[in-house]
Design a protein around this ligand. Structure first.
Ligand code: SF4
Length: 441
């Protein structure tokens, strides 16, 4: 049997392809999206999801919701990191009672990020018995697999939609691989057994996820909920599973879609798996809001999941949140840690200053900075950036040329290269983006 290499070598014309082409290489870009647009509101703050809105970043707290102060503080941290919507667990009467206090604390802190309530099993009761909770939230997450079985399913689902109608709230119908509607799955398994060529079990489960999400959305619309105010999700923990299901979901409905790989895992694994899945779908125009479900490492800030989500969107060119730093990986030419230290210092410096710069310098998030390790690629990459520095590699003269807007501007020398470069970046930002700020009167 021919191996892959043989097949490649014998592909007709493969080796005769011209090395140049008259037609330019097509520029890659995410496909446009085509979903309906939901609006989540809190006071004067409106966050649109879907339609022409940018892909939104959201996250979820891991504090005990009953602890209103701790939860409000974490919500604020997540919002400051870039989360435009924050979900909180509402699982008990005590948690539901705490929700308006969390909202109140946030309002006192000047933080208007919309809150989403995450309900399972008892959401119908909590939203009915705690109207202040229902009112303080901007969206309800309903899992159709966890709203009760048999006769109770439709009734309890209906009670949650009634609350959304009463308080004029958006809803996410969030189906999850781990809590699939068992009655629906059983029906689909029966139907599958009657097929002449039965589907694979995995395909039946895909169908159950999608049918549960779209069927529940149609039921909510039949009850009077505006279809624009419904966001769907079908979360799975396998990258290829998620891609398969969302492609089908996007084809079969035009509701705004919440995208995320559930139970992605920890650290590198969780980050890479989430990025792999989300990047493929976002490039295809699928996904209107994203969450990266990272398991935090002990001591790690919850906001790490927000940073990963923003980096995914920024890397794809969908959004810009912070100035980007292009840094080479270093190699045998950079035997000291000077280059690594400087790259990290610049990155930290840019992130730390962003809360102020964002207000003072509109557009600063589009800044491109290069920090390179030696003369091999350093000057070239630095020229492509708005401002870049090429550090001396091993054996090179102890000098660091700085490039601004593609031109060599100066050479830094001595022990204060990092702080001098910080000042140059700050001055560059002030000059270029300060002019765009609205004049104060
Ligand atoms: S720019 Fe220089 S130091 Fe950086 S990876 Fe390339 S050769 Fe190595």
């Amino acid at each position: 049997m021919a191996n892959t290499r043989d097949l490649l070598d014998t592909t007709p014309g493969a080796c005769d392809a011209p090395c140049r082409d008259d037609a330019p290489v097509a520029i890659a870009a995410p496909l446009p999206r085509r979903a309906r647009q939901a609006t989540l509101a809190w006071g004067a703050r409106l966050v649109t999801v879907g339609g022409a809105a940018p892909v939104r970043v959201q996250s979820m707290t891991n504090t005990d919701t009953v602890d209103a102060i701790a939860t409000a503080i974490q919500v604020k941290e997540l919002a400051q990191a870039g989360s435009e919507l924050v979900r909180i667990t509402v699982n008990t009467p005590e948690a539901a009672a705490a929700v308006p206090h969390i909202r109140e604390q946030l309002d006192k802190m000047g933080e208007s990020v919309p809150l989403i309530g995450d309900f399972h099993y008892n959401g119908h009761r909590l939203l009915t018995d705690f109207p202040a909770c229902a009112q303080a939230l901007s969206k309800y997450r309903i899992n159709p697999g966890n709203v009760g079985r048999g006769d109770k399913h439709d009734k309890q689902f209906g009670q949650m939609i009634d609350a959304a109608l009463r308080w004029n709230k958006a809803v996410r119908i969030g189906v999850n691989w781990g809590s699939l509607d068992q009655d629906l799955l059983a029906d689909l398994m029966d139907a599958n057994s009657r097929r002449s060529v039965p589907w694979q079990l995995r395909q039946v489960m895909y169908e159950a996820l999608i049918s549960s999400a779209i069927g529940s959305a149609r039921r909510a619309e039949a009850m009077g909920l505006d279809g624009d105010q419904i966001i769907l999700s079908c979360k799975l923990s396998g990258v290829q599973d998620l891609i398969a299901v969302y492609r089908a979901l996007a084809r079969r409905c035009d509701y705004a879609l919440h995208l995320g790989l559930t139970e992605a895992g920890m650290a590198t694994k969780g980050t890479v798996a989430s990025t792999a899945a989300l990047a493929v779908l976002l490039q295809e125009g699928i996904g209107d809001t994203i969450r990266v479900s990272l398991t935090p490492q002990p001591g790690q800030a919850r906001a790490q999941e927000v940073l990963v989500a923003t980096e995914i969107l920024q890397a794809l060119g969908l959004r810009a949140f912070v100035p980007s730093v292009t840094a080479c990986p270093g190699c045998g030419r950079t035997t000291s840690t000077l280059f690594q230290d400087l790259a990290k210092q610049i990155d930290d410096f840019l992130r730390d200053r962003m809360p102020v710069w964002r207000l003072r310098y509109p557009g600063v998030e589009n800044l491109r900075v290069a920090v390179m390790g030696c003369i091999v690629n350093g000057p070239g990459e630095s020229r492509h950036a708005d401002i870049g520095i090429s550090l001396p590699g091993t054996g090179e003269a102890p000098a660091a040329p700085v490039f601004i807007d593609g031109q060599k501007a100066m050479t830094l020398r001595g022990d204060n290269i990092a702080s001098e470069f910080h000042q140059l970046v700050e001055r560059y930002i002030e000059k270029r983006f300060g002019a765009m700020a609205a004049p104060t009167v």
